[in-house]
Design a binder for this molecule. Structure first.
Ligand SMILES: [Zn+2]
Ligand SMILES: [Zn+2]
Length: 318
């Protein structure tokens, strides 16, 4: 039995446009039609590099009644709109760490969200130590706009708030059968940096966040159906005097990822947060991984969606 069914065609789905505007070209394939599966959509598979093909890191996980967003990189709001999903459907945002590429989309998600969707409850943000301060300062930075939006645009005061929760390794969210577990990864000198495991209905997806090879990630990834891991494409040789040495050193090479996949044995491994500092052909990643790993591994793309049930299915970008 094939574990991965590429290009799965979905049955027509009921669009959810509550609070959302009708955008030309919006597709309905984000809607959670089958509530027994975990649905994972890559909103942005890129890095700080501002390119159109790969927006900033952000992943949407829909499980049961919960709609959870992991990181809010550049353009996450546009991608949410492309999924035809209302901004106010986001029950919580989980940050892996405070590198700007993972959070620059947050003010947009928050402020445009409260203006356009008329959200009535605060946007809840979970993140590592430092999140409280960042959220406090963000609200100060945008205080003028918030005041005007409430007075002039009739946005609700509650809907314009951010509610921060600093978290540590462990179960940090449990609601309607959905469990989110945070775990520490190794993105030194960025400490702490977190990965997340989401469990629902006997299945699990793990999101690595930014990390170099991490034994703790391996421990938390065992038994997961889908492992979405970051990666960097290194040059053939690298020495410490290379100005981009740290970019490679702070992330995971395909050889290291192959080792992680061999130890965790996900039904499907997917690369996201694809760092390519030397401008190499991205297919190198798959080639170098497959040299040491015989399981299923693919290169993630923005708007690629996965359905996790008894099998893991991939819906290509449409
Ligand atoms: Zn990053
Ligand atoms: Zn980072």
């Amino acid at each position: 039995m094939a574990v991965v069914e590429k290009g799965l065609v979905m049955a027509p789905l009921v669009a959810d446009q509550s609070g959302s505007q009708n955008f030309a070209g919006a597709k309905n394939y984000s809607i959670q039609a089958d509530t027994s599966v975990i649905r994972v959509s890559l909103l942005g598979t890129g890095t700080p590099k501002p390119i159109m093909e790969r927006f900033g890191p952000s992943i949407l996980v829909q499980a049961g009644s919960e709609t959870l967003l992991f990181d809010a990189g550049r353009g996450c709001l546009q991608r949410i709109v492309q999924l035809n999903l209302s901004y106010k459907k986001i029950d919580a945002l989980f940050l892996t760490h405070l590198h700007s590429d993972h959070i620059v989309g947050l003010p947009d998600l928050w402020l445009t969200g409260c203006l356009k969707s008329k959200r009535v409850a605060p946007l809840i943000v979970f993140g590592p130590v430092g999140t409280d301060k960042m959220i406090e300062y963000l609200q100060k930075a945008f205080a003028y706009d918030i005041k005007i939006r409430i007075e002039d645009d009739k946005a609700t005061a509650e809907g314009c708030k951010l509610l921060a929760h600093e978290i540590q390794q462990g179960i940090i969210y449990e609601k309607n059968g959905v469990k989110v577990i945070a775990f520490e990864v190794d993105h030194y000198p960025i400490v702490p940096a977190l990965g997340y495991r989401v469990e629902y209905n006997g299945h699990a997806v793990v999101l690595s966040g930014d990390t170099r090879y991490s034994e703790n990630l391996i421990a938390y990834s065992r038994g997961a159906d889908l492992l979405i891991h970051e990666v960097v494409i290194p040059p053939d040789t690298l020495n410490k005097s290379d100005p981009k040495y740290n970019v490679v050193a702070h992330h995971t090479t395909p050889q290291q990822a192959a080792k992680i996949f061999n130890e965790t044995k996900p039904k499907l491994a997917v690369y996201s947060h694809i760092s390519n500092p030397y401008g190499r052909n991205e297919q190198e990643l798959i080639k170098q991984t497959k040299a040491n790993y015989s399981g299923q591994v693919i290169l993630g793309e923005d708007l690629m969606t996965f359905l996790i049930g008894n099998t893991v299915s991939v819906m290509d970008k449409q």
